[in-house]
Design a protein around this ligand. Structure first.
Ligand code: ADP
Length: 547
């Protein structure tokens, strides 16, 4: 067979040639609407590549982006790698010092920024010097010095452009972990790894994206390539819809209705609000009948999956991480399981699922691989062609990689006899009570099933007798009422008694990470003191823990 490099740049050529009229719709930061096509993307991304080369971009140079989700970011997704560069989207929700640390660590040479984000870029420039800064005038106005005008660069790009002779193992992009569990670390994606990952998400049984789809990623493009959706859509020729910074439920639903979106993806915190809006006004939106949502990034509660089903929207639960490009597993109902009673079907769909092709997955504890009994917990370890083998500019860390070459994910799960994994926690979030493990994820998912509860996060708090005990922080739905005793009674019978939280806190909102996940470290800090304000203690005799 021919030695033909696997590169997503091929998807740009294919979309430009075979799907030139398919639309790319963007809601820009100022809420104006922008419509373009794959035909224009093809021209403009190549022009960007030619302009970057003319500006001195060399093979392997990092080009940072500081941009929301829209057509120009998509042009960067293709144009930078097409020039032989490495696209490095910066997570603009991080603290400015962290953004600067990341840009410096990655040695980003150029920066492309939305004009709406120039104030942020200026803060960044005060901490780190890019060789060249380019601003995309989305609002149609000129850009201030020292920024180069992105549109002028594209207009002035050399007409002739030929692709470099790609080696598929060359870097294409990079992303830093958001630092939920420590300092951000860089992960470098290659042309090959990104291609294989793209195939997996486009595959049937995955997001199953075809040219008939209209896809709206509700994941920022600065977070793990928006889970690969922009590349996957281009590969399939699917229409794409971008929401800029507008991820509020009403904008999401209005856009889904207007563009008849058929597929989307995002973290549960985005969908909590969307489901609530649908429950309040079930007749307001006329959504595409085949709409499916891929939910991941943190656990999708079973009640969320059931809730969307009631509106005719199918949820597919997925798991992955920055280190794994990210998508590793998906939980479609396997053939045969659809004959099970409904409750059991939902239990499967609420798990994180089975691995994609080429992803090898094992669950290990101190004694080696655990039994597939659906109960014994261990750490998920993975390997495969789109799993990183080290962090950028760091020696392989034995805490993160096993001696036999698997990535230690830090996620704790049990695996059942069908091969579905169910994540019970991150190692650092597990509650260790009297030598036993309590799953904070199971508890919070159940609490979120209470009709008065909007959101819940369960954390470990130090306990002199048991080492750690669970505390539940709860946000009630607007206008709803519930007491700690009522929630406690709701949980009783669903868990062993010693799992039930000893303390409850009703709070205004749960702090979030830059990627929209619950920031449990902030809750741990706030409630570290057993006598912290607002805590309700449940008085109960402690039962002896089962061993
Ligand atoms: P960070 O590690 O900085 O939070 P990532 O986006 O890489 O950023 O997060 C990956 C982590 O998110 C996983 O290790 C896991 O703990 C969690 N996660 C992702 N998907 C799921 C899911 N479906 N269920 C539970 N946890 C998930």
């Amino acid at each position: 067979m021919m030695n033909y490099a696997l590169t997503p740049v091929h998807f740009l050529e294919r979309a430009g040639r075979y799907f030139p009229k398919v639309e790319l719709v963007s809601l820009l930061p100022d809420r104006s609407e922008h419509r373009t096509t794959y035909g224009a993307l093809h021209r403009r991304a190549r022009a960007l590549a030619a302009a970057l080369q003319a500006a001195g971009l060399k093979r392997g140079d990092r080009v940072a982006t500081l941009m929301w989700n829209h057509y120009a970011h998509l042009e960067a997704y293709f144009g930078i790698p097409a020039a032989g560069g490495v696209i490095h989207p910066l997570n603009l929700r991080l603290h400015i010092d962290d953004i600067a640390y990341i840009a410096k660590h990655a040695e980003d040479r150029f920066l492309i920024v939305d004009d709406a984000l120039i104030p942020l870029a200026e803060e960044l420039r005060a901490r780190y010097s890019f060789e060249r800064v380019i601003a995309a005038p989305l609002a149609g106005r000129g850009v201030p010095a020292p920024y180069d005008d992105y549109e002028a660069m594209l207009r002035g790009a050399p007409a002739e452009f030929t692709y470099p002779d790609f080696d598929e193992n060359e870097p294409l992009g990079m992303c830093y972990t958001s630092g939920t569990t420590g300092r951000p670390r860089g992960v470098v994606y290659s042309h090959r790894s990104t291609t294989i990952h793209t195939y997996n998400i486009v595959l049937m049984g995955g997001m199953a994206i075809t040219h008939r789809d209209v896809v709206c990623a509700c994941v920022p493009m600065f977070h793990v390539n928006a889970w690969g959706m922009p590349y996957g859509c281009a590969m399939a020729g699917a229409k794409q819809v971008f929401l800029g910074p507008h991820l509020d439920p009403i904008t999401i639903l209005d856009t889904f209705e207007r563009e008849q979106v058929t597929c989307s993806g995002g973290v549960p915190t985005v969908w909590i609000g969307v489901l609530d809006a649908l429950d309040r006004e079930p007749k307001r939106w006329h959504l595409s009948p085949g709409l499916r949502l891929v939910i991941g990034g943190s656990a999708a509660p079973e009640t969320m999956i059931r809730g969307f089903d009631k509106h005719g929207i199918t949820v597919l639960h997925a798991w992955g991480m920055t280190e794994t490009s990210p998508t590793c597993t998906l939980a479609p109902l396997k053939h045969g399981l659809e004959n099970l009673p409904q409750d059991e079907q939902y239990a499967y769909r609420a798990k994180q699922g089975i691995p994609h092709p080429f992803v090898e997955l094992r669950v290990c504890n101190a004694n080696g691989e655990v039994a597939s009994d659906g109960r014994t917990m261990g750490e998920i370890q993975v390997r495969g062609p789109y799993v990183t083998e080290r962090y950028y500019k760091m020696e392989p860390d034995p805490e993160k990689f096993t001696p036999d070459g698997w990535l230690r994910t830090g996620d704790v799960a049990a695996v059942d006899d069908e091969g579905y994994i169910k994540i019970t926690d991150r190692t650092k979030d597990l509650i260790k009570s009297g030598g036993e493990w309590i799953s904070s994820v199971d508890l919070e998912n159940e609490i979120m099933g209470h009709p008065a509860v909007a959101e819940a996060a369960v954390i470990a708090v130090p306990d002199p007798r048991w080492d750690e005990r669970p505390l539940a922080a709860i946000v009630l739905k607007p206008g709803a009422r519930a007491t700690a005793e009522e929630i406690d009674a709701f949980l009783a019978g669903k868990f062993p008694r010693w799992w039930l939280p000893d303390q409850y806190a009703f709070i205004e909102e749960i702090p979030r990470t830059s990627t929209g996940k619950f920031l449990k470290s902030a809750l741990r800090e706030r409630f570290h003191d057993r006598n912290a304000a607002g805590l309700v203690r449940i008085k109960r005799e402690h039962v002896r823990q089962a061993r």
